[in-house]
Design a protein around this ligand. Sequence first.
Ligand code: SF4
Length: 328
Amino acid sequence: MDNILEIKDLVVRYETEDGVVKAVNAVNLALQQGAAVGLVGETGAGKTTLAKSILRLIQWPPGRIVSGEIIYRGQDLTQITEEEMCKIRGNEISMIFQDPMTALNPVMTVGKQISEVIAAHENVSNDVAEEKMREMLAMVGIDPDRAGEYPHQFSGGMKQRVVIAIALACNPNLLVADEPTTALDVTIQAQVLDLIKNLRERLGTSMLLITHDLGVVAQNCEYVAIMYAGEIVEQGSLRDVFKHGVHPYTEGLFDSIPKLHEDVERLQPIDGLMPDPANLPQGCKFHPRCRYAKDVCGTKVPETVVLGEGHTVCCHRFGAEKDAWKGA
Ligand code: SF4
């Protein structure tokens, strides 16, 4: 299947008074047409920066894409003009942000917010935009007669439905969803995720879903990329990563979540904290927290090793240095 998006060697930095924040470090990631990739990692791993880079929403100062390519349908988004990028945003690639409260304009009716997006991206009359807006509201489970109401008249879950309606109003080819349910109650989370899944299936939209929740990935994605300190440390199909994940950080993430069929007294959190991106450790960025670390890990950056079709890992235990672990 063709790739709709290919990120190659992407490097993003924030140049602050306190130093250079290395938010995204040589990331490679591909997304097939119609598929969903879950981008997983702890807070501060660089997930949101990566997502914003795709839509070129990193603001300078202090942030900028330093190098690399973001190939969307054969076109490098890092090289096109802002005018060309404006046509792609919303029309072809849409983003759902974490917090629906801040994504909506509080002084504009929800109907107007949806129809404005349609009118801005599609060359249609106001009547057609209005009709499509009502269709979108119905599609996300909101009574179209509520189009004249303001965001504060909706609950958190309903507001996120409005955000989804705006994101999908122009049938984008790619949806970037950044923790779309984090700000919602658990029961509403499941409803909103189901809604995104059903709409994607109906519209054939590809998705990059950013989350720290492996359960959300299991239910919504076919592929998984594990991100740590600005790098993708392991990626592959859902099965590769969930059943045969080998990176020590991937292992740690799975050990830290409860399992239905295992009776454990205590969950095992990963020791230590994500490093400061303005002061990353030498060698493997995970080595200060890794239970398998050896001397080489503190000095040499591990290369990406291919374990199987589409399954890669970035760890010395599987590359040229693997003999150091023999007999361990
Ligand atoms: Fe751990 Fe070394 Fe692998 Fe890094 S390279 S994850 S420190 S074993």
